[in-house]
Design a protein. Structure first.
Length: 304
């Protein structure tokens, strides 16, 4: 549905994107995650042909964007930054203005307003709309031509918790019930993990992770840590070099080691007791997805 091949981009002399390979499958809700300044908006602009890559290419629906820009973008709806609306016009009139300009069938206005849940407020001037309603109106306009692919740059930025939930449910509905493929950027993993099927993480212009949400969770499990509370951590490590290989002494009575298996944990507990070492505590610490995201965006670990 969407693919970038070895995408590089510079602002003047300054490199911004390095060798970005995005791969978005049809029907997915792809969360494009990264801290501020990582390059999300720049990538979105390249995907829409608003910027030209230094090298590499963007492919939409299997075709090169550089060669078939107009035809391909006809099948894409986008929401980049806040939608530009006519504040004095009603929600319906705002949609109508773009509908006429694009030559879309008249019945579509009511359909897209219904889709984004604005039918009851469509008569009100846009200046009375909350930020969440403005974003949904922007989305209604993006949906006018019934695009197959939606590119949304931080659509929940600045929304209150209710607005965030409404936008999330709307995007899931569009993906599941209407078969839209959606790329949505955000700097918040907490937001993306609640809706996305796939995730790409960008850090300093490099894609440091790409995969399904379960893949990201597996990465998280792989980083689980066993914490051993004992009397003398250093002695334990010397007594059980095999079972405690890879352990670090976090405090005089605390050992940290990568979690391996239930069997290894059980053997470790038995051997510590057999070696007359007091076992005050043995627990598994699993990093949250937030920790995993921070780890990815701090260390630039390539996991693509
Ligand atoms: N017009 C510009 N000229 C020069 N540098 C720019 C320009 N726009 C963005 N940049 C730089 O490009 C880098 C990527 O910016 P970009 O806006 O793509 O990041 P982002 O991930 O979308 O972050 P944010 O969430 O803060 O918008 C940043 O270092 C930014 O300072």
């Amino acid at each position: 549905m969407l693919e970038t091949r070895s995408l590089h981009f510079r602002f003047g002399q300054r490199p911004i994107l390095h060798d970005v390979h995005l791969q978005v499958e049809p029907g997915s809700l792809y969360g494009f995650l990264g801290p501020n300044g990582a390059g999300k908006s720049t990538t979105m602009r390249l995907l829409l042909g608003l910027l030209r890559p230094a090298s590499g290419s963007v492919h939409l629906f299997g075709h090169d964007l550089a060669r078939h820009r107009v035809a391909l973008l006809d099948r894409v709806g986008a929401l980049i930054e806040n939608p530009s609306l006519y504040d004095h016009l009603s929600g319906r009139e705002n949609v109508e203005a773009t509908r006429r300009l694009r030559g879309v069938a008249a019945g579509r206005t009511a359909e897209v307003l219904e889709l984004v849940g604005l039918t009851d407020n469509a008569h009100r001037p846009a200046k009375e709309y909350s930020l969440g309603m403005r974003q949904r109106l922007g989305l209604a306009i993006a949906l006018l031509s019934d695009p197959d692919l939606l590119l949304l740059d931080e659509p929940t930025n600045g929304l209150d918790p209710n607005g965030i939930i409404e936008m999330r449910e709307l995007l899931q509905h569009l993906c599941r019930q209407h078969g839209k493929t959606i790329v949505v950027s955000s700097h918040l993993i907490s937001e993306i993990e609640k809706m996305a099927t796939h995730v790409g993480v960008i850090q300093e212009g490099r894609l440091v992770f790409q995969g399904s949400l379960p893949d990201l969770r597996r990465l998280q499990t792989g980083r689980s840590r066993l914490v051993v509370e004992t009397q003398d951590a250093e002695s334990c490590r010397n007594l059980l070099p095999r079972l405690l290989a890879g352990a670090t002494v976090a405090a005089p009575g605390t050992l940290w080691l990568p979690w391996l298996s239930q069997e290894h944990t059980a053997a470790l507990a038995a051997e510590l007791v057999a070696a007359n070492q007091p076992l005050y505590g043995l627990r598994l610490e699993q990093p949250t997805l937030e920790d995993t995201f921070l780890h990815l965006t701090e260390s630039r670990t390539a996991a693509v």
